[in-house]
Design a protein around this ligand. Structure first.
Ligand code: PEP
Ligand code: MN
Length: 358
C-alpha cells in the first residue's frame, strides 16, 4: 500500500490484482463518491452496504484507481479477484468475534453449540440445557421451524418451540441458536433467539438473506449442500452488504458420490474458509455426516483443522428423536466427547468452550 491513513491520503494497493476494484470510503462521503462514479461511467458492482464500501467493474484499473484515490473521504483502494469483499480478509484482516453475553464464537476458544434437531417439549429442552451447563457447552440449539425434505414429517412446534427454547435458555443462562426459514418468521424468531440460523436449504434464498441483513442479530449461515465454498461466502456477502456484520459461516457437509454416509463433511472447507474470511467458522458434523458414529471423530478433526465452533444434535433419548435420530448423540455420549475434544483443542493451542469452568 502507498500513502497512509496518517497523511490523510487513501491507502492505495497498486500491487493488488483482480477484476474488481474495491473502494472503502468513510460513511458521509459515500453518496458523493457514488455520484462521481456514475458521472465517470464506472459501474457499481456492490450496493450501498452501510459500511460505505462499493466495488466497480472496469477494464481500465489504473485510471479507475487513480480516480478513486483522488475522491474525498476515500480510505483504501485495492483490487481483488474474489467477490467476497466484506467477508474477505483484505477488508478486515483480524478475526471477527461474535459475542452474546459471556459467550463468544471466534478468537482463541472453540465454542460448542448443542441441542436437539427439533424442539419437542419443555422437559426435553430443560434436560438438554442442564446437560450443556454440566459439560460446559455454552450455546443451546433446537429447531422450532423445521425444513423437512418430506411434507409428511414433523415440521416443528413453531412458536411454542421457540418459547420452550427461551425458557431453557433463561433457566440455564445459555444463548440460543435457532433456524429461521422465511421472512415472515424473522420477527418472532428474533424475539426468542440470540443467533438466527439459515439452513442449508435456504443458503441461497437471497430475499431471506437480504431481509436478515437488517435483523440486528448474528446469523449462523450454513453452506448449501450443493454449494461451492465461494457460494457460501457470496451468501455471507448478501447478509453483510445488506447491513449485518455479525455472520458465522458453517460447514455442514455436501452431497458427494459416496453413499456410506448421508452427507460428506468437507474438512478442507475449514482451513479454506479460515484463510478466506475473518468470519467465525462453525463445523456441524451431525448434518455433515448423518451418522452418530462419525460425529465425534469428524468433530475432533474439525477442531484440529481450525474450526471456531462445533454444532451437535443431542437428545435424552436419541432413538425417539422426532427428526435426525441417526446423527443424534445421547447426553452421555456428548458428555464423554467434550473432554476428548478439549484435548484436541489443547493440542492445537486452543481451549474448548467452558473447559475452564466445567
Ligand atoms: C438443522 O440444523 O437442524 C438443519 C436442518 O440443518 P441443515 O440446514 O444443515 O440441514
Ligand atoms: Mn437436524
Amino acid at each position: 500500500m502507498v500513502n497512509s491513513e496518517k497523511s490523510g491520503l487513501p491507502m492505495v494497493d497498486e500491487q493488488s490484482e483482480g477484476r474488481f476494484l474495491v473502494v472503502e470510503v468513510s460513511g458521509p462521503n459515500y453518496t458523493g463518491l457514488k455520484r462521481s462514479a456514475l458521472e465517470n461511467d464506472l459501474d457499481f458492482l456492490w450496493r450501498d452496504t452501510g459500511y460505505a464500501t462499493f466495488g466497480l467493474t472496469t477494464s481500465d484499473h489504473i485510471n479507475a484507481m487513480a480516480w478513486a484515490a483522488a475522491q474525498s473521504g476515500v480510505l483504501r483502494v485495492w483490487r481483488q479477484e474474489s467477490e467476497a469483499v466484506l467477508s474477505g480478509r483484505t477488508w478486515r484482516p483480524s478475526d471477527t468475534i461474535i459475542q452474546v453475553g459471556d459467550a463468544a464464537i471466534g478468537g482463541n476458544g472453540v465454542a460448542v453449540i448443542a441441542g436437539p434437531c427439533s424442539v419437542e417439549d419443555k422437559s426435553q429442552m430443560m434436560e438438554v440445557a442442564a446437560c450443556l451447563r454440566e459439560t460446559g457447552a455454552s450455546w443451546l440449539r433446537g429447531g422450532a421451524f423445521k425444513p423437512r425434505t418430506s411434507p409428511y414429517r414433523f415440521q416443528g412446534l413453531g412458536r411454542k418451540g421457540l418459547e420452550y427454547l427461551k425458557l431453557a435458555s433463561e433457566e440455564y443462562g445459555l444463548p440460543v441458536v435457532t433456524e429461521v426459514m422465511s421472512i415472515e418468521e424473522i420477527e418472532v424468531v428474533c424475539e426468542h433467539s440470540d443467533v438466527l440460523q439459515v439452513g442449508s436449504r435456504n443458503a441461497q434464498n437471497f430475499p431471506l438473506l437480504k431481509a436478515l441483513g437488517s435483523s440486528g442479530k448474528p446469523v449462523l449461515l450454513k453452506r448449501g449442500f450443493g454449494c461451492f465454498i465461494d457460494e457460501l461466502l457470496h451468501a455471507a456477502e448478501y447478509l453483510m452488504s445488506y447491513g449485518n456484520p455479525q455472520v458465522l459461516v458453517c460447514e455442514r457437509g455436501i452431497r458427494s458420490h459416496e453413499p456410506s454416509s448421508r452427507f460428506t463433511f468437507d474438512i478442507n472447507a475449514i482451513p479454506v474458509l479460515k484463510s478466506a474470511t475473518h468470519l467465525p467458522v462453525v463445523a456441524d458434523t451431525a448434518h455433515g455426516t448423518g451418522n452418530v458414529d462419525l460425529v465425534g471423530p469428524i468433530a475432533k478433526a474439525a477442531i484440529a483443522a481450525g474450526a471456531d465452533a462445533l454444532m451437535f444434535e443431542i437428545h435424552p433419548h436419541p432413538a425417539l428423536s422426532y427428526s435426525d435420530a441417526d446423527q443424534t448423540l445421547s447426553l452421555e455420549q456428548f458428555a464423554a466427547l467434550m473432554p476428548e475434544m478439549a484435548a484436541v483443542a489443547g493440542a492445537v493451542g486452543r481451549r474448548l468452550d467452558g473447559t475452564d469452568r466445567a
